[in-house]
Unconditional design. Structure first.
Length: 159
């Protein structure tokens, strides 16, 4: 199954993610502490298209961690932005969305506010290296906005 790469046009930009994926995760054990201990673990993901490409939903399963999560992505035609909404299956809570879009180069950047250890932070997601058989997602936190981003989770998707 081959899907178009994101063009930055909006509707359909996340079609590359449709279907089944194997996911290799690297997550920083203690974000925003200066640590460099990374936890590596596998996952599988299944993504489906909704609203004619203006939304999609994926469920990701982390077998060695004992939980699942999902992301609901929604395209907002007026702003031309996507909102990415994450729910961890352990607590069922919807986290604040990150919003943004893909550029003409196919790289997506999304920003939002969140909480970490009781404090307010900025959160950034980047989608990059997208091909028909691979993609990379990265999450980074910042306590001072930009330029102090610390990447704390990397997912490498492969078919």
């Amino acid at each position: 199954m081959t899907h178009a790469m994101p063009t930055g046009a909006g509707v359909g930009d996340f079609d590359f993610l449709l279907g089944s994926w194997e996911v290799r995760n690297r997550r920083l054990s203690t974000p925003l502490t200066g640590g460099d201990d990374w936890d590596e673990f596998p996952a599988t993901s299944e993504c489906q298209r909704l609203f004619g490409g203006a939304a999609n939903l994926d469920e990701i399963t982390f077998p060695s961690k004992g939980f699942t999560a999902l992301t609901l992505r929604l395209y907002e035609p007026e702003s031309r932005d996507w909102s990415l909404n994450w729910v961890n299956g352990r607590d069922g809570r919807l986290t604040p969305p990150v919003t943004g879009r893909f550029g003409a180069d196919g790289r997506g950047e999304f920003h939002g506010e969140d909480l970490h250890d009781g404090g307010r932070i900025r959160c950034r997601f980047i989608w990059s290296n997208i091909t028909p058989t691979s993609a990379r997602w990265e999450q980074a936190y910042s306590t001072d906005g930009q330029p102090g981003w610390e990447t704390n989770w990397i997912m490498d998707f492969s078919r």
